[in-house]
Design a protein around this ligand. Structure first.
Ligand code: SAM
Length: 229
């Protein structure tokens, strides 16, 4: 399958293995990853966040139940919510997640936004698990692109840059990170994967989420869509 689908399948496999109940996808765009995750048995709450309401609305109807879902009601309840908002904003609706994914998101952030990102996602949202993927610039000479892979990319990092940034965030917010990727280079080319991925695990589970709820009650995200199965 194409690389973007491999990324979605990678997340789906992680969900199958770790069985999170609450999963959020930041920079969810047209909700295709969310659509795939709605079939994962463990998932009871699915949230998508994107700064662009328009892109989320394109296919959000695919997240609604189809008639068959009512004819054969399952035991589990599933709630899917889409929010228009930025990963630089702290909203209490993002607390208490088991897994948060950021697939091809960080390279779209301006320098100032990228600076705030770890504090919001690792520090505030502080889910048990975080998955971050981004292009590996070392792979670019093997691609037909001349500069960045996408005109909206603010940067593309090599492996050392991504791993240093990830290690720093992990150390600061008490996570352990492991690196992997998708799209292996051809034999003999030691450039690393086309897509680089960091999988972050929180080192302890019980946090001061109650205190966080107290101190930050204000909702800043706008609810765009909500469906309860
Ligand atoms: N995750 C999707 C995927 O893998 O197919 C889409 C990735 S797309 C390249 C990046 C998305 O991030 C866009 O939909 C964009 O609107 C969104 N985005 C950019 N800046 C954002 C921000 N500050 N907060 C939330 N979403 C943002």
């Amino acid at each position: 399958p194409p690389l973007y689908k491999q990324r979605y399948l990678f997340v789906k496999q992680l969900v199958s293995r770790h069985k999170p109940k609450k999963v959020a996808d930041l920079g969810c765009a047209d909700c295709r990853l969310l659509w795939l995750l709605k079939f994962c048995c463990s998932v009871e709450e699915l949230v998508g966040v994107d700064i662009s309401e328009d892109v989320m609305k394109q296919k959000m109807h695919t997240l609604s139940p189809i008639p068959g879902d009512y004819l054969q009601p399952s035991e589990k309840c599933l709630t899917i919510t889409l929010y228009q908002g930025s990963v630089t904003q702290k909203d209490p609706c993002m607390l208490g997640f088991d897994m948060i994914t950021c697939i091809e998101l960080i390279e779209h952030l301006e320098a100032k936004e990228l600076e705030t990102f770890p504090e919001v996602v690792f520090g505030f949202m502080s889910p048990a698990m975080i998955v971050i993927s981004t292009p590996n610039s070392e792979f670019n000479p093997l691609l037909p692109t001349e500069t960045f892979r996408h005109p909206d990319h603010k940067f593309e990092w090599n492996r050392a840059q991504f791993q240093n940034w990830s290690q720093a965030a992990a150390a600061r917010y008490n996570y352990t990170v492991e690196f992997t990727g998708l799209g292996a280079p051809p034999p003999g080319k030691e450039v690393g994967f086309c897509t680089q991925i960091g999988v972050f695990m929180k080192n302890y589970r019980k946090t001061d989420e109650h205190d966080k709820l107290q101190e930050n009650k204000e909702h800043v995200y706008k609810t765009v869509f909500r469906v309860v199965y």
